[in-house]
Ligand binder design. Structure first.
Ligand code: 13P
Ligand code: SF4
Length: 309
């Protein structure tokens, strides 16, 4: 099938099966364009919790599908490619995280949504990059907090809230590799540009940024700004939506340090394709399943986050 036929077929099956397609901003443009909902991790969780659809096709990575399944256990949750994982979630195995928690029994456990269901089941409250600061700030200044798994986000939240949370030493392979040198060069070539960065980036990138926020916050900031040019330090999929909302503005991706490529892409996010989306809707597989005992524990900190957001 060519692209037009694929789009027609996806829309037809979606209607017949009462399915909803949800896509993260890091998906390739074709998938964002066909999705019913395009959003950041928080928006996808919020929409998954209230959808009337029988089937949720989560075009994103595995933990996003798990979060949808945890919140909507009676729905069938599909993902176009089951291998779409997350290096950040992988950097925090549940048994090792549990050992850290057991060694600090009087600590509150705050986990980034980029974690497995098993890690969420060990957690007091989940956060996303949109609400992490607000939720951390809702705890007393002297509260003892374990924050996992992203050390860059954790360091950033510590710096803006004046905390010294105990951090898990994890990171995202995409956000760790933005090149400071290439960003400085781009800034000198485009002095009129503002630098927008996701808080998963390393500290030197954040220090030279004009605005730091979640994917949705970056999109919003660029849309509301009077400036016309932006250097963007997060996965380059977000540029699709930025450009779509702001056809008169210029968005330049900040390159990674390990290649000549101009864009920094998440290889996991990019596993999903229109063709796989079509097959997944047609065959209702691969499906995301979560062990019920884990789900019952993991749902509490996610709902706590949604109530606090
Ligand atoms: P958002 O919370 O901005 O959606 O970020 C998700 C993510 O995976 C960042 O790498
Ligand atoms: Fe995970 Fe990083 Fe990909 Fe986001 S960009 S899904 S944190 S590997």
């Amino acid at each position: 099938m060519n692209k037009t036929e694929l789009i027609l077929a996806i829309n037809k099956i979606k209607k017949e099966k009462n399915a909803v397609i949800m896509a993260h901003y890091y998906q390739m443009g074709d998938i964002q364009d066909i999705a019913d909902v395009v959003g950041d991790s928080l928006a996808l969780a919020q929409k998954a919790a209230i959808t009337n659809a029988n089937i949720i096709v989560l075009c994103g990575v595995h933990f996003m599908g798990e979060t949808a399944k945890i919140l909507s256990p009676t729905k069938k949750v599909l993902i176009p490619d089951l291998n779409a994982g997350c290096s950040l979630a992988d950097s925090c195995p549940a048994d090792q995280f549990e050992a850290l928690i057991n060694a600090h029994p009087d600590y509150t456990v705050i986990s980034y949504v980029n974690t497995t269901a098993a890690v969420k089941a060990l957690t007091d409250v989940v956060v996303t990059s949109t609400n992490a600061r607000k939720i951390v700030d809702s705890f007393p200044k002297d509260a003892k907090i374990i924050f996992g798994p992203d050390r860059n986000l954790g360091n950033y939240i510590n710096s803006v809230t004046g905390r010294s949370m105990l951090l898990w030493d994890g990171a995202c392979h995409v956000h760790e590799k933005f090149s400071v040198e290439k960003l400085i060069k781009l800034k000198s070539e485009h002095p009129e540009s503002l630098v927008l960065a996701h808080p998963e980036c390393i500290r030197p990138i954040l220090l030279i940024s004009d605005f730091i926020g979640s994917t949705h916050a970056l999109l919003n900031y660029a849309t509301l700004s009077e400036k016309k040019s932006f250097l963007v330090a997060t996965e380059s999929g977000i540029l699709h939506e930025m450009q779509k909302h702001n056809p008169d503005k210029k968005f330049i991706p900040v390159p990674p340090n390990d290649s000549t490529c101009a864009c920094n892409e998440c290889n996991f996010m990019r596993l999903n394709t229109l063709e796989k989306l079509y097959k997944c809707l047609l065959n209702e597989t691969p499906e995301i399943l979560v062990d019920e005992k884990i789900r019952m524990k993991a749902v509490k900190p996610i709902w706590r986050m949604l109530e606090m957001s």
